[in-house]
Write a protein that binds this ligand. Structure first.
Ligand SMILES: Cc1cc2nc3c(=O)[nH]c(=O)nc-3n(C[C@H](O)[C@H](O)[C@H](O)COP(=O)(O)OP(=O)(O)OC[C@H]3O[C@@H](n4cnc5c(N)ncnc54)[C@H](O)[C@@H]3O)c2cc1C
Length: 385
């Protein structure tokens, strides 16, 4: 995208987030839902497809541009980004990374327009940090495949129209081998979605179990067609690498908001006849958060550049996700501290973001998994496996 066009999109999203979404944050948290008018406005701004190429109706942002846009989105409830996050990210990217031309042409324009909500279904009850242990089975039956299994904590499952389902198609293969990805429509017989999970935070963003009970799909539902059989693992890993930088950028956006909330409170709350910002120990809390925020921003932009030019799509995404998800946890904790008792109360933004931020260290690979990826790539063979 031309620099000027991108700046227009970024500045429109900046204004939209601050003027229209921030005032609704409390309502979204309380009602666990994004209002329809916000969803429609996001569609109109192209937010369901910012990471999808222009040829398929998306905005076609580079990773670097995407991160700068996500800094803006992260300034408000992460439920906003989650609404279109799977379309742009882990689910939409499955087709970009591994789909056939026909699959891309059929699905991506509708995904980019927000007409279709896509979910990424990898995690299972007994396969989370190590998804290569997945038990969902895909069995060939004539021209069809039959899928059986359960997927857990699937973002947007309650509203999804299509799932990217990872299943083992070679029962004799172990670990990351013999896994394929299937496009499974929500209305396929045998597909059921469980009740919405009752989460700690990020209200307005929904997850649920996905059950596949003898679900029959045609062979052309295999992502990548004939060539895609057995290739699901590498597709999943490439999507997650992109997703990890995206999540890191979201953490930076949230950290920026938490710094603003902390500064505003430090300026206005008074004790002993002074604003609390006059106390050096409060200043230290703010200074540490500003430092964390700026370091996170720098690491995200550097990893985005390395992703775009192809020099590092393995270690840098994990470094960014690990640092920024831990960083926003620290910043949220300090924001609560700056707010004192008020920071522990519902209705105060710092309290809500403190709950929301906790998820970032868990999904799309926990902090421990990022540490393992970083260490294994850095140390090499001596790190073992
Ligand atoms: C709100 C939410 C949304 C999600 N959305 C999706 C989605 O859309 N699609 C999807 O497929 N999944 C999704 N997930 C699943 C998420 O990716 C997993 O929860 C995550 O990968 C961790 O897996 P687990 O919950 O099974 O934890 P476990 O793997 O059981 O981990 C438990 C603990 O053990 C540690 N651990 C595990 N293995 C190791 C190891 N080898 N070395 C060191 N420590 C280890 C972990 O770091 C963690 O601390 C979502 C989860 C949540 C909570």
């Amino acid at each position: 995208m031309e620099t000027e066009d991108f700046e227009q999109v970024r500045s429109a999203v900046h204004d939209f987030v601050r003027r229209r979404v921030v005032p609704l944050e409390e309502q979204i948290d309380r009602e666990d839902a994004i209002p329809d008018q916000i969803r429609e406005a996001c569609k109109a701004m192209g937010l369901f497809g910012f990471a999808i190429p222009e040829g398929f109706g998306g905005l076609g942002l580079t990773m670097h541009e995407e991160c700068r846009l996500v800094f803006e989105l992260g300034y408000t409830t992460p439920a906003l980004r989650s609404m279109f996050g799977t379309n742009n990210g882990i689910a939409g990217h499955v087709l970009l990374e591994g789909g056939t031309d026909d699959q891309r042409a059929h699905w991506l324009p509708r995904i980019a327009a927000g007409e279709v909500v896509a979910s990424f279904a990898l995690t299972e009850p007994d396969a989370g940090s190590d998804p290569s242990g997945l038990a969902t089975a895909g069995r060939r039956d004539g021209d069809d495949w039959v899928l059986d299994g359960t997927k857990r904590y699937i973002t947007n499952a309650p509203v999804a129209d299509v799932f990217m389902v990872f299943a083992r198609t070679d029962p004799d293969a172990r670990g990351s081998r013999g896994i394929s990805t299937f496009l499974v429509p929500r209305d396929a017989p045998g597909v059921t979605v469980g009740p919405r999970d009752h989460k700690m935070g990020q209200f307005g963003a929904w997850t649920a179990d996905l059950h596949l009970d003898g679900v029959r799909v045609p062979h052309d539902a295999v992502v990548g067609g004939d060539d895609g059989v057995g290739r699901g693992w590498s597709t999943a890993m490439r999507c997650l690498a992109h997703g990890r930088i995206h999540i890191a950028a979201l953490c930076v956006g949230m950290a920026g908001r938490l710094v603003d909330e902390s500064v505003e409170y430090a300026r206005t709350r008074r004790q002993s006849g002074h604003p609390i910002g006059a106390f050096q120990l409060v200043q230290a809390l703010v200074a540490d958060s500003v430092t964390d925020y700026q370091a996170g921003r720098a690491v995200v932009l550097q990893s985005a550049t390395a992703f775009d030019d192809g020099t590092d799509r393995r270690v840098a995404p994990s470094v960014a996700k690990y640092f920024c998800s831990e960083m926003v946890g620290r910043v949220a904790d300090r924001a609560v501290q700056v707010h004192g008792g008020a920071g522990y109360m519902r209705g105060v933004a710092a309290e809500r973001f403190f709950r929301d931020a906790r998820l970032f260290r868990i999904y799309e690979g926990t902090s421990q998994i990022q540490q393992l990826i970083i260490a294994r790539h850095t140390i090499g063979e001596a790190a073992g496996d």
